[in-house]
Design a protein around this ligand. Structure first.
Ligand SMILES: N[C@@H](CCC(=O)N[C@@H](CS)C(=O)NCC(=O)O)C(=O)O
Length: 227
């Protein structure tokens, strides 16, 4: 079962798609990347994720697995003896990691996008302040989870590192477009160091989107239609 062919249906700019790719790289599992065309959905995607019709989808043999965080857990369980464990070893630490991953998806990423969608300087300032407040919670979570090590998961990149790290491309693109640093040495020193180490990891580097290219893409998708 673990030896069946692995494919990921996705797109280069999607932070959610980065998650299974980083997890597979960490476990040294070869996979084929099936790039969707922006603005359309392939037959294979519609057949593999007929309910949500969203990327990413992991195909393991002919079995689809959907939802990025669920895919990361599936990868960790299926290839439990390859590479580092992605989930923490205790039930409590796993619960905490899942809490923060859910907070990032449900709250933090929406706040980040509000900066790009803001109309006018006042709205933009408020959106930036919101993200900075949320970053201070995440900085504290990092200090608690990492227990003095380099990553949320300890010595190695794990589930929560992947959940947050996959948003770093969008964070940097938002910083570029807004002209405002959101994670840096002065505001969130631990996150700033963590982000650098995450991005330099060989499992991450090849799939981390280029900031300038992502900023151009973000401009296109957040462009307001002419009045
Ligand atoms: N909760 C999902 C979110 C996935 C998601 O929003 N994917 C976007 C691309 S970044 C998508 O497929 N959007 C197409 C659509 O909503 O129709 C996950 O974690 O996998």
């Amino acid at each position: 079962m673990a030896s069946e062919q692995v494919k990921v249906i996705g797109a280069w700019a999607s932070p959610f798609v980065m998650r299974p790719r980083v997890a597979l790289n960490l476990k040294s599992i070869p996979y084929e990347f099936l790039e969707e065309t922006f603005g359309s959905k392939s037959e294979l995607l519609l057949k593999s994720n007929p309910v949500q019709k969203k990327i990413p989808v992991l195909l393991h043999g002919d079995k689809p697995v959907c939802e990025s965080s669920i895919i990361v857990e599936y990868i960790d369980e299926t290839w439990s003896t390859s590479g580092p464990s992605l989930l923490p070893s205790t039930p409590y630490d796993r619960a905490i990691a899942r809490f923060w991953a859910s907070y990032l998806d449900e709250k933090w990423f929406r706040s980040l996008r509000s900066i790009l969608k803001a109309e006018g300087e006042e709205e933009k300032k408020a959106a930036i302040a919101q993200v900075e407040e949320e970053n201070s919670f995440i900085e504290k979570a990092f200090i608690d989870c990492s227990k003095g090590k380099a990553f949320f998961n300890g010595e190695h990149i794990g589930y929560l590192d992947i959940a947050f790290g996959s948003f770093l491309g969008w964070l940097r693109a938002t910083e570029l477009l807004s002209g405002h640093k959101l994670v840096d040495e002065a505001k969130t020193p631990s996150l700033s160091k963590w982000a650098e180490q995450f991005c330099n990891d060989p499992a991450v580097k090849p799939v981390m989107p280029d900031t300038a290219k992502l900023a151009e893409f973000a401009k296109k998708i957040f462009a307001k239609p002419p009045a």
